[in-house]
Design a protein around this ligand. Structure first.
Ligand SMILES: NC(=O)c1ccc[n+]([C@@H]2O[C@H](COP(=O)([O-])OP(=O)(O)OC[C@H]3O[C@@H](n4cnc5c(N)ncnc54)[C@H](O)[C@@H]3O)[C@@H](O)[C@H]2O)c1
Length: 425
């Protein structure tokens, strides 16, 4: 079992740390935020991620997992230092590597020469060299090990990955990193750092492409009177296409796909290739948010000014508290901008409204009181099981539901007196 330092205690770092501890390693996880570390030391999670709190508490109880402030404190005595810090988009659309560089500098100052520094942050091709340079430690190997977990099922995805990708010029270092995953059954892909880094961006770009594709086909369905549900069933049954990630909705968002697609366009451009396909994918996604707003406006009779609209859901998808680049928020903001009185509810948002000008309420029923319109923006399961007779009783005419996630049964909703619109159905 190995001594692992994990730098960054958020969706990726915390999951990595807790899962490695579960696999029996000794893990010290660091963050720069002392309040976050204090909470973690008490076994409290700063994020919502199913199953993660139990793993953190188990790790603390067995002594396999501990939390410290600062990368240096974690890395001093480690055999592996994992960098899991943010790589946000800069003003040009490229990945901002300053957090990775800062973490690498801190780690480089303290690690022993036998240690391996592993970059798990999503970074452009060539970033392994950036980490090496920032560390200033030619004696220490740097390996790329991109992460593919999904928020909302991060623990499951880490422990049951479709593959583990390791990028290194040094086979011995790659083998040592691979040995950390003993106990996880998954294909192992060992390649060079540039390919590992490209795999991560290409994977996210492909996922974004699938969603934009299905949203574009949903628009065609609406135009020709076809049903996207049946179309997806028909195309998804083809093994060459696959049924996963073909859900129509308000478009993709979150902390990864928007910045990673932009970054790949930027990387390609820098290398002399115009990635027109991916630019199209991004444009379809932008248009999709407007299409949802158009549906709500139409349901309101053409003008949103002064209309009360219940917004169900604000997170970028269900089972997370992550609001970063959420299409639900983008839609709600546009509704507010057009003069609507937006009353929002999300099961994982309970302090201030993240949408300026919108009111945040405590449950889905409070959101619909005297409202003529509902926009269902995030696919939280609880919206499926509401008492819709009670909902209809609280709403005013026309009792319009714009279901941007195709979560509800159109026929049942219409039977209960709602005017229902989904996406592509
Ligand atoms: N969130 C996802 O679903 C996901 C999935 C796969 C890959 N990724 C990639 O993984 C990386 C991390 O993602 P995230 O969502 O966990 O990021 P995040 O922004 O939620 O968290 C990063 C954490 O790192 C901490 N940090 C920054 N610099 C530090 C330092 N020098 N020392 C200690 N802590 C430091 C921050 O305080 C923060 O808590 C990004 O590159 C992202 O693109 C994210």
């Amino acid at each position: 079992m190995n001594r692992i330092a994990v730098v960054g205690a958020s969706y990726v770092g915390l999951t990595t740390a807790a899962c490695f501890a579960k696999l029996g390693h000794h893990v010290v996880c660091a963050d720069i935020d002392p309040a976050r570390i204090e909470r973690l030391q008490r076994g409290e999670l700063p994020i919502v991620e199913p199953g993660l709190e139990e793993l953190v508490r188990d790790g603390l109880a067995t002594g396999h997992l501990s939390f410290v402030v600062g990368a240096a404190a974690a890395a001093r005595d480690c055999e592996f230092a994992y960098l899991c810090v943010q790589t946000p988009q800069d003003s040009q659309g490229a990945a901002d590597l300053s957090w990775v560089e800062a973490a690498a500098r801190e780690v480089g100052a303290v690690v022993g020469s036998e240690a391996i520094v592993v970059n798990k942050s999503t970074v452009p091709v060539g970033s392994t060299t950036v980490v090496e340079r920032a560390m200033g430690r030619p004696d220490v190997r740097v390996v790329s090990n991109p992460e593919f977990l999904r928020e909302g099922s991060a623990v499951h995805d880490f422990l049951h990955p479709d593959r583990v990708v390791i990028g290194s010029e040094d086979r011995a270092a790659a083998v040592r990193v691979a040995s950390l995953f003993l106990g996880i059954s998954a294909p192992l892909i060992v390649t060079d750092p540039a390919s590992a880094e490209t795999i991560k961006y290409a994977a996210n770009a492909f996922l974004a492409t699938k969603v934009s594709f299905v949203n574009a086909v949903a628009a065609v369905c609406e135009a020709v009177g076809a049903d996207i549900g049946d179309v997806v069933l028909g195309i998804g049954s083809d093994q060459r296409i696959g049924a996963e990630f073909l859900r129509p909705g308000p478009g993709w968002g979150g902390s990864c796909l928007p910045k990673d697609t932009q970054a790949l366009v930027h990387i390609a451009e820098g290398a002399g290739y115009d990635f027109g396909l991916l630019r199209g994918v991004i444009q379809v996604n932008e248009d999709q948010r407007s299409r949802v707003v158009d549906k709500v406006r139409r349901a309101a009779g053409g003008d949103l000014a002064g209309r009360t609209i219940a917004a169900w859901g604000l997170t970028f998808k269900a089972n997370t508290d992550d609001l970063r680049d959420s299409p639900a928020i983008a839609v709600a903001e546009r509704l507010v901008a057009e003069g609507a009185l937006v009353r929002a509810y999300d099961p994982s948002v309970d302090d201030a409204s993240p949408v300026e000008g919108a009111e945040l309420v405590a449950d889905a029923y409070a959101a619909v009181e005297d409202a003529p319109l509902v926009a269902l923006l995030t696919e939280w399961d609880e919206f499926r099981w509401l008492d819709f007779r009670k909902v209809a009783g609280s709403m005013t005419s026309p009792r319009a539901v714009v279901d941007a996630r195709n979560l509800l049964d159109p026929a049942a909703m219409r039977r209960m007196g709602f005017s229902y619109q989904g996406v592509g159905r």
